[in-house]
Design a binder for this molecule. Structure first.
Ligand code: F6R
Length: 610
């Protein structure tokens, strides 16, 4: 997704801007650009399609040297990913970078064209640049013009703007797209994510919705949504540089898969007593609120949505609470009927996913009992705007395909299930105590599953030449199959579909032949025999089976059937364990296919636009 970096300093800022863009690369993008007010007194820019390294190379050939600048990585929404559409966009003396989407850009474009402005790109952003220039004609001051401009914008934006006529400042506006100011000594910075600025500062000021900021070398001024001057709290980080290297691993994704025992352990830390979940982990008012909960509505996107789907099985089975799960992009535009005393739960790795945030904002108008965010980023918008929070402790996830965020979300959702069951008295004490014990053992079990790495790597060879695959699961393993299919399509570009195994004969069986491998997960539970019959249906049509089966499930290799034995685990925790081999499988298939594993094509890490 798009990234913003800006700087105003006494030294040359081009290298700082480039380093910032590199640190945002993991979010996914298709072009990059930088605009600098040069020491020669001119506003200049360089833009390139492709990686930041292309931009770097271009700047090495024709350096831009200056003390004020803005930079951007673009993930195309309006207009193809080409140099013309890459940011920064210019209008007269103005340069603009923008994250988000301006919904009324067409109407504004027509008005501006009628006033004589000439458009050189297909983007919604260029509208902002011209509108600012137009406002400046009467208002003369960049900050004042920006305040007037944003009043006419509908949609979402994080904006950074510079003006060659006022080269002492960088101005910014936030509405729907995060922005943070990095505070230095005699120099200040701006970015869409603090990670971009960790090389220059550890002190940050987060802009809030509707804020406008004027950032000079030695001074930062902020106005809130009503135009009143405000102070925003300064946050200081002391954790040093976050581990951002791959260590012994070839890709971030593999590193993050292998981190799962550790991060699951961290997500459990301080949240379990001897035999119970500590309900206060969800916040001081959680126990009182949870006692009132009669329904749960979960909303999320992508992998986080799959975590929500697993939670539905848990919430209904263990806590006896009716639960609905919906993707955020649907929920936010639907007329929703809210049952009394429904807890609204969002799940998100980033906490900045536009659809999930919008769904939360809508939910606030709809009469839910309270909102809870299960999120990996403590300083995210989702966390700030929710009543209750449970932070997953996955650490920074760099691979675009989510792995450790998913398993830690599942742990968080199981803690939620047990807490609701405990507070409402619907879960027997003995059952909770047993599951707490199993949760404590989970990191070890995950380690055992990871030890099968090389076995899964061999299995991956079966997929290298295939174009289609089917993933099957029953019960809470159905969402695990969905997540397995999503991982495979995201990073190997092989078409993968997931079905509840019982649905096979209602249609997808027609697709099965020896070119369509079928992957399934088979824990040893009451659905095992039914699953085995479904697998017979596949074999009878010549389909090749890859089965990750509990060591006690009595399944063995046979013609066209490859069985990988999995460590035995309590059935409730099996969705967490069985996710691991599916992640490894998609990883090794992608490596065989030679794709860009950590930054798959067309995808972004944090989807901050609709
Ligand atoms: C898939 C993936 C995406 C995200 C989705 C939601 O591997 O990463 O499907 O899960 O974009 O993102 P968050 O969890 O940040 O809201």
């Amino acid at each position: 997704m798009c990234g913003i970096v800006g700087a105003v300093a006494e030294r040359n800022i081009t290298a700082i801007l480039l380093e910032g863009l590199k640190r945002l690369e993991y979010r996914g993008y298709d072009s990059a650009g930088v605009a600098v007010f040069t020491n020669d007194g001119t506003l200049e820019r360089t833009r390139r399609v492709g990686k930041v390294s292309e931009l770097d190379a271009a700047l090495a050939e024709h350096p831009l040297v200056g003390r004020l600048g803005i930079a951007h990585t673009r993930w195309a929404t309006h207009g193809a990913p080409n140099e013309r559409n890459a940011h920064p966009h210019f209008s007269g003396d103005i340069a603009v970078v923008h994250n988000g989407i301006i919904e009324n850009h067409e109407a504004l474009r027509e008005q501006l064209k009628a006033l004589g402005y000439v458009f050189t790109s297909d983007t919604d952003t260029e509208v902002i640049a011209h509108l600012l220039t137009h406002k400046l004609k009467d208002l003369h001051d960049l900050t004042v013009a920006l305040k007037a401009t944003v009043k006419e914008l509908h949609g979402a934006y994080g904006l950074a703007v510079i003006n060659a006529r006022q080269p002492d400042r960088l101005v910014a506006a936030r509405s729907g797209s995060p922005l943070v100011i990095g505070l230095g000594l005699g120099e200040n910075f701006l970015a869409s994510d603090q990670l971009a600025l960790r090389q220059v500062t550890d002190r940050f000021m987060y802009l809030e919705e509707g804020d406008i900021a004027e950032i000079r070398r030695d001074n930062v001024q902020i106005w809130d949504v009503s135009g009143n001057p405000v102070e925003r709290q300064t946050v200081q980080y002391s954790d040093g540089a976050e581990a951002a290297d791959k260590g012994e691993f070839r890709h971030y994704m593999l590193k993050e898969i292998h981190e799962q025992p550790t991060v699951v352990q961290r997500t459990l830390e301080g949240r379990l007593s001897n035999d119970q979940v500590l309900v206060q982990a969800f916040g001081p008012q959680a126990a009182e609120l949870f006692a009132k909960v009669r329904n749960v509505q979960i909303v999320a996107c992508g992998t986080s949505y799959h975590a929500g789907m697993v939670a539905r099985y848990w919430l209904e089975e263990l806590a006896g609470i009716p639960c609905q799960v919906e993707v955020a992009s649907e929920f936010r535009y639907r007329k929703v009927v809210v049952q009394p005393d429904t807890l609204f739960v969002t799940i998100s790795q980033s906490g900045e996913t536009a659809d999930t945030l919008a769904a939360l904002r809508n939910a606030k108008e709809l009469g839910f009992l309270a909102s809870l965010a299960i999120c990996n980023v403590g300083i995210s918008s989702l966390v700030r705007e929710s009543d209750l929070t449970l932070l997953t402790q996955a650490g920074r996830e760099i691979g675009v395909a989510s792995t450790k965020a998913f398993t830690t979300q599942l742990v968080g959702l199981l803690l939620l299930t047990l807490s609701l069951g405990q507070v409402r008295g619907t879960l027997a004490k003995g059952v909770e105590a047993r599951l707490v014990e199993e949760l404590r053992r989970l990191p070890t079990r995950l380690g055992e599953a990871l030890a099968m790495d090389s076995t899964v790597e061999k299995i991956a060879e079966l997929f290298a030449e295939k174009n289609h695959t089917l993933f099957l699961g029953r019960g809470a393993q159905f969402p695990v199959a969905m997540e397995g299919a999503l991982k495979l399509k995201e990073i190997s570009y092989i078409h993968a579909e997931a079905y509840p195994a019982g649905e096979l004969k209602h249609g997808p069986l027609a697709l099965v032949d020896n070119d369509m491998p079928v992957v399934t997960v088979a824990p040893n539970n009451e659905l095992l025999e039914k699953l085995k019959s479904n697998l017979q249906e596949v074999r009878a049509r010549g389909g090749e089976l890859i089965v990750f089966a509990d060591e006690k499930a009595g399944m063995t290799n046979g013609e066209g059937t490859h069985v990988v034995q999995m460590p035995h685990i309590h059935d409730i925790l099996s969705p967490i364990l069985y996710t691991i081999p599916l992640q490894l499988l998609s990883y090794y298939v992608a490596v065989l296919k030679g794709t860009d594993v950590d930054q798959p094509r067309n995808l972004a890490k944090s989807v901050t636009v609709e």
